[in-house]
Design a protein around this ligand. Structure first.
Ligand code: S3P
Length: 183
C-alpha cells in the first residue's frame, strides 16, 4: 500500500499542558499523513547539547524561556511546513502566542492535571511538574492562555493517541490546512 502523502499549507502548533500527548500525537499525524513533525523540546536539547532539566539548572526558567522563544521564531520562518509539538509553557508569553498565530494554526490538546500525571512516566525530566497540587494550580492558571492561543481545542479525556490524532487530522483537513496531494 502506498504511503498517504499530504501537504501542510501552514505550520500546525500543538499546545497544551505537560502530558497532553502533544509529541506522540505530532509523530502520529506525521506518520499517518506523510508530513514532517518536530518536537520543540527535543530540538532545543539537541541544539543546546544539554537536557531541558540541565538548562533549568544552569540558567533557570528564564534562560529556558529565552531559548524557547528564539527557537519558535526560527521555526516559524521555515518554508517547509511542520507539525510542531510545543512545550507546555509556550503560551505563557504573549510574543510566543502571536508568533504561533501569525505563522500557523494552533491546536490545543486539553488535559486535566490529574490525567497528565497518570500519563507522564518520567516526571523528573519536567522541572515544572513538581507535585499534583502545584500541577493542578499551574494547569488552571494556564487554561485561559491555551484558550487565547488556540484556533481549535480538543479534549483528550478518555481518548487514546490514535483517536486524538484522527480527530486532529479530520479538523486540519476540514480547515484546508492538511491537503491530500494529487497523483
Ligand atoms: C514545560 C513543559 C515541558 C518543557 C519544560 C517546561 C512547561 O514540555 O518545555 O519542562 O512549562 O509546561 P512538555 O509540555 O512537552 O512536557
Amino acid at each position: 500500500m502506498n504511503k498517504p502523502h499530504c501537504t501542510l499549507t501552514e505550520h500546525v502548533f500543538l499546545v497544551g499542558f505537560m502530558g497532553a500527548g502533544k509529541s506522540t500525537v505530532a509523530r502520529r499525524i506525521a506518520r499517518v499523513c506523510g508530513v514532517a513533525s518536530l518536537d520543540m523540546d527535543t530540538y532545543i536539547e539537541r541544539a543546546q547539547g544539554r537536557s531541558i532539566s540541565e538548562i533549568f539548572a544552569d540558567g533557570g526558567e528564564e534562560l529556558f524561556r529565552e531559548i524557547e522563544t528564539k527557537t519558535l521564531e526560527d521555526l516559524a520562518l521555515r518554508e517547509n511546513k511542520l507539525v510542531i509539538s510545543c512545550g507546555g509553557g509556550i503560551v505563557m508569553s504573549e510574543k510566543n502566542r502571536r508568533i504561533m498565530q501569525d505563522a500557523g494554526h494552533v491546536v490545543h490538546l486539553q488535559v486535566t492535571a490529574d490525567e497528565a500525571a497518570s500519563r507522564i512516566s518520567n516526571k523528573s525530566s519536567r522541572p515544572l511538574f513538581r507535585d499534583i497540587e502545584s500541577a493542578r494550580r499551574l494547569c488552571e492558571r494556564r487554561l485561559p492562555l491555551y484558550m487565547d492561543a488556540a484556533d481549535w481545542t480538543l479534549s483528550t479525556s478518555d481518548k487514546n493517541v490514535a483517536c486524538i490524532a484522527g480527530e486532529t487530522i479530520d479538523h486540519l483537513k476540514e480547515e484546508g490546512i492538511l491537503c491530500q496531494q494529487q497523483g
